[in-house]
Design a protein. Structure first.
Length: 233
């Protein structure tokens, strides 16, 4: 009788490396944020002030700035054209706040110039949300009733999560690149600030690499189980 993957010791062989990478990435983010959230930026401006300045500098007067509820939940919503910053970022005149705000403005600029990977990622969101949910249902239903074809259908649906994670990488890295360019162009950073901003953005970028590794390792595990079923059939 098959038990769900979280009871299967073999799952650790697939998931453990990606899990360790994710834990390391999370530690990097928290460490970099703690360090540079305590260091004031050269211009002594808050994340919200930096965000507004950079939005105006790029002609993004149609993008509003709102608060986000949780720490490090900062994001740009392309559907509503809203840049949301957490209170810690919006109100803090730190190097970390400067980098995070500029990164989110980088996403707004991507939207403005119709950056292709971002357009693809935005279009994938509803598909992946539905596909991941349906994929897990088909996969485990196929396992329970021992129908390998249904398991493979679930895998196909779930693979959208890997595609989404893969597309996310260039989107995030490009937003960080744009952030650094904008901060330099507007004279918002000095040499020390740049090093801090790069450290924060580099740490954040690693979390997306870890997310891809986790999605891919889970997909590999599902394929491993499905292949075993197909051979028995």
């Amino acid at each position: 009788m098959f038990f769900p993957f979280y009871f299967d010791i073999r799952y650790l062989l697939f998931s453990l490396p990606a899990l360790l990478l994710a834990l390391f990435a999370q530690w990097r983010v928290q460490s970099a944020y703690r360090k540079y959230s305590r260091i004031r930026n050269m211009r002594n401006i808050s994340g919200a002030e930096a965000g507004q300045l950079l939005l105006r500098a790029n002609g993004l007067t149609n993008v509003s700035l709102e608060g986000a509820r949780r720490l490090l939940s900062d994001h740009y919503d392309p559907r509503k054209r809203v840049l949301r910053l957490s209170r810690e970022v919006a109100q803090n005149p730190s190097v970390a706040a400067l980098g995070i705000a500029a990164h989110e403005v980088g996403h707004a600029v991507q939207h403005q110039v119709d950056y292709a990977p971002m357009r693809v990622r935005t279009g994938l969101v509803p598909v992946v949300n539905l596909g991941s949910w349906m994929g897990m249902i088909f996969f485990f239903l196929g396992i329970v009733i021992q129908l390998s074809s249904l398991v493979w259908v679930g895998i196909i649906f779930f693979s959208g999560s890997v595609v989404f994670a893969l597309v996310t990488l260039p989107v995030e890295r490009d937003a960080s690149r744009r952030a650094l360019q904008m901060l330099k162009a507007e004279g918002l950073v000095g040499t020390t600030d740049i090093q801090g901003v790069q450290s924060v953005l580099s740490a954040a970028s690693l979390t997306y690499v870890a997310a891809l590794a986790q999605a891919f390792s889970q997909l590999l595990y599902f394929v491993f189980l499905a292949t075993g079923m197909s051979r028995r059939d």
